[in-house]
Write a protein that binds this ligand. Structure first.
Ligand code: KG4
Ligand code: ZN
Length: 348
């Protein structure tokens, strides 16, 4: 018998509600993936304002859930289990999702699973590409996170291999966009400008790639500063800033470091599959370079489609389905959100 899992995501500025079907053979099928974003309310601040995000989640939660059920052609009584992002993320934002999930779980008398947002970004790939091989390596690149993870079982066993010591990759995009007078969030406009520019125009630094640096950690704040200094210099000399070339050269530095470290980690651990997920996985240069370098190294590359890469409820429903299938004990109804939940804690 198949089971329906409802997933709720509210860790940042996206209110996501997803519905999936867990089949008897363990495969997970996407039924609905509805997202309401408050990104436009944050744009003029150049970053997410937590209080604004929390209020937007509160307003969007019920309508988004109703849209998900309508899309899937299901009703509340069809739900067999509920998964909700318990962390990491913004405390107030997480609380809205957790409160909604508890209410649904109590009203429907079904098990509730508080799950890890980062693991959700990996689990979502199973909706598109099927079960994950064990082990696989995940490169998680979003506005808040940049991590290399060894995934033995997405429902139970994830180990961090490396992470950023300062800015996340997406954060670097957002900050560089500001320097270039491009809109927030910065990833898409920089990606577009970079396609018109020369990636070899400016030799920006590759952070944490020295012989004594941690092989699998990342640093993007030096790169961000180097871009800002370069642009300031051009402006001081009264030159027009070549936005497309700066964007392309910056993007090349990011994609180069991310893919080089991921491939090296996979090689050293003898892992044959790389999954890239998170908002920055939508980046055109990152996916092209990753595909090229994975092919050279004989590594299988899996990148979920952009809509699944950015924050959504389907990723939480997918992870919930895998956790349910693994026979993990449900969370207690006094479950609370944990803004700094470590990636190794997949469900709480
Ligand atoms: O995963 P996500 O939707 O939210 C977080 O959990 O952070 O990622 C959002 C981040 C933003 O920083 C945005 O600038 C970046 O993903 N992003 C991109 C692209 N599309 C979104 N970065 C580079 N290239 C893109 N095409
Ligand atoms: Zn995310």
């Amino acid at each position: 018998m198949s089971r329906i899992v409802l997933g709720i995501e509210s860790s940042c500025d996206e209110t996501g509600v997803g519905l999936v079907r867990l089949h008897e053979d363990g495969t997970v099928e996407l039924l609905a993936d509805e997202v309401a974003s408050s990104v436009e309310q944050h744009a003029r601040f150049g970053g997410v304002v937590p209080e604004v995000a929390s209020r937007a989640h509160l307003e969007a939660m019920t309508p988004t859930a109703e849209r998900a059920f309508a899309t899937a052609g299901l009703t509340l009584s069809d739900v067999d289990a509920i998964a909700v992002t318990a962390g990491p993320g913004l405390a107030g934002a997480l609380l809205v999702g957790v409160a909604a999930a508890k209410a649904y779980a109590a009203a429907l008398d079904v098990p509730l699973f508080g799950v890890n947002h980062l693991a959700g970004h990996i689990a979502v790939d199973t909706l598109q590409h099927g079960p994950l091989p064990s082990p696989c390596l995940a490169l998680l690149v979003s506005g808040g996170h940049t991590q290399l993870l060894r995934v033995d079982d997405v429902a139970t066993t994830i180990t961090e291999i490396g992470s950023t010591v300062d800015d996340a990759a997406g954060e670097a995009y957002d900050k560089v966009a500001r320097v270039l007078d491009l809109p927030y969030p910065g990833g898409p406009p920089i990606d577009a400008a970079a396609r018109r520019g020369d990636p070899a125009a400016i030799a920006f630094p590759r952070g944490m790639t020295g012989p004594r640096d941690a092989a699998f950690d990342f640093s993007f704040s030096g790169l961000k500063t180097a871009v800002a200094r370069w642009v300031e210099g051009a402006e001081r000399r009264g030159e027009t800033v070549p936005v497309d070339d700066v964007a392309a050269s910056f993007q090349e530095a990011v994609a180069d470091v991310l893919t080089a470290k991921a491939i090296r980690a996979a090689r050293e651990a003898g892992i044959g599959t790389l999954v890239i997920s998170g908002g920055v996985a939508a980046n055109s240069r990152l996916s092209t370079l990753a595909a090229q370098r994975c092919a050279e190294a004989g590594i299988e590359l899996r990148v979920p489609r952009p809509r699944l890469c950015t924050d959504n409820g389907a990723m939480i429903a997918a992870l919930g389905a895998h956790v349910l299938a693994a026979g993990v004990r449900p969370s207690a109804l006094d479950l609370s959100a944990d803004p700094s939940l470590p990636v190794s804690t997949i469900s709480i």
